[in-house]
Write a protein that binds this ligand. Structure first.
Ligand code: UD1
Ligand code: UDP
Length: 371
């Protein structure tokens, strides 16, 4: 009897875990054909940025942990490559699956492809067309070296076509994050995270910020502070603070100014179920996250994105996301838009039907059986 092919699923940072969870589940369902191996690079390592997702999303502990930790881009990328190479040698996978656009994504993909192991990229083709974003570099390079490109929305198909990618490599399957969200909706709805913050029945906004362009220099972070202030003038804003942002708030001596905003509730990053429960109960989302734009759009929440561009253009086309300058007047306008927003009667893209992981794994199984 032939060995069941091993497929390495790579995850390293917070936005990766809810993407590998439905893929792992689907592969596990086909355990007589596929053997999924979860590799955690350790790019994110705090309990609230990592472990909590394994607990809440009901996926097994990683099979392998590379323990790379924090560092510069070159450090993280090189260290994942060094450690992942040894692992690929030991595991002899038939395929490496990478998700999203973090440093662990490109590092694992580059390692695998040089060892002649084919790579599948989940969330391929997304482009912000802003090369100052480290993620944009990671996306372009990962797509360039991947064999299978799994795409979440039509614009990504166009982007890949415009880059000259062979159409046979591109599969518009939908969004695995939506699979995970729809699977967990019942648990999310009974989670009452807002009640636990003493916000039962209260109108509140939810905010997250962590993009280097917004939080890595003092002027930008002060602009974020001003934007949060404008939002908080209209009611409570719950702000789970990303570790990068927390570090910079302290480094720039802005802690007191954040604490002084009466309606701003700065809290630690929260688990997936708590975060989704807060989002479901919120009046609007104010963010610079990639994934949260998609989750908010699927939930029909107005999302104010404090960025000049987005790779998730479908959220703009749906009318559920608004790109906004970090300037107080623009944020005020966006808050007016969010207050008037009504998603009732609007339809959700058919490709976001919660079946993306099933389609992805089916294509992977076909690919491996014909290899
Ligand atoms: C990374 C990704 C970004 C993604 C984000 C999701 C890259 C280039 N960036 O950015 O695309 O949107 O994750 O959250 O891959 N830290 C902790 N504890 C942790 C993790 C990080 O304290 O568990 C702190 C460290 O001080 C670290 C800093 O946060 O230096 C930044 O972490 P890093 O992984 O380098 O980048 P993120 O900003 O998290
Ligand atoms: N998230 C979470 N707790 C938080 C903030 C975010 O569970 O306190 C989830 C969020 O719902 C989404 C993912 O983390 O599924 C997005 O991660 P992040 O914004 O860090 O990364 P990005 O998508 O911008 O790369």
């Amino acid at each position: 009897m032939q060995d069941i092919p091993r497929i390495i699923l790579v995850a390293g940072a917070r936005p990766n875990f809810m993407k590998i969870a439905p893929l792992w589940r689907e592969m596990h369902r086909l355990a007589d054909m596929l053997h999924p191996v979860i590799v955690h690079t350790g790019q994110h390592y705090d309990h609230a940025m990592s472990q909590v997702f394994f607990e809440q999303l009901e996926i097994p502990e990683p099979d392998c942990y590379l323990d790379i930790g924090s560092g510069s881009h070159a450090y993280q990328t090189a260290e994942v490559m060094r450690r992942f190479e040894t692992l690929v040698e030991e595991q002899s996978p038939a395929l490496v699956v990478v998700v999203g656009d973090v440093n662990s994504t490109i590092a694992a993909a580059l390692t695998a492809v040089k060892m002649h192991v084919p790579v599948a990229h989940v969330e391929a083709g997304l482009r912000s067309f802003d090369r100052a974003m480290p993620e944009e570099i990671n996306r372009i390079l990962t797509d360039r070296i991947s064999t299978l490109l799994f795409v979440t929305e039509p614009a990504a198909v166009t982007n890949l076509k415009n880059e000259g990618v062979d159409a046979g490599q591109v599969h518009l399957v939908g969004n695995v994050m939506i699979d995970e969200l729809s699977r967990n909706m019942e648990r999310i709805q009974t989670h009452d995270a807002a009640d636990r913050l003493g916000l039962a029945g209260e109108r509140y906004g939810l905010a997250t910020m962590h993009r280097p362009a917004n939080v890595d220099d003092e002027t930008s972070l002060r602009a974020v502070l001003a934007a949060l202030c404008v939002a908080a003038e209209r009611g409570v804003v719950v702000f789970p603070v990303h570790p990068r942002t927390r570090k910079n708030i302290d480094a720039f001596g802005l802690r007191e100014q954040f604490d002084a905003i009466g309606n701003l509730r700065c809290i630690e990053p929260v688990g997936y179920l708590e975060f989704m429960s807060l989002l479901v109960g919120s009046a609007y989302m104010l963010t610079d996250s990639g994934g949260i734009q998609v989750e908010a759009a699927w939930l029909g929440k107005p999302c104010i994105t404090l960025r000049p561009s987005t790779e998730h253009v479908i959220t703009i086309e749906l009318g559920r996301n608004r790109l906004t300058e970090p300037d107080t007047a623009a944020v005020g306008d966006a808050l007016d838009w969010a207050e008037a927003f009504d998603a009732r009667g609007q339809s959700t893209p058919t490709v976001w039907d919660g079946q993306a992981s099933e389609r992805t794994v089916e294509i992977i199984a076909q690919f491996l059986s014909s290899a």
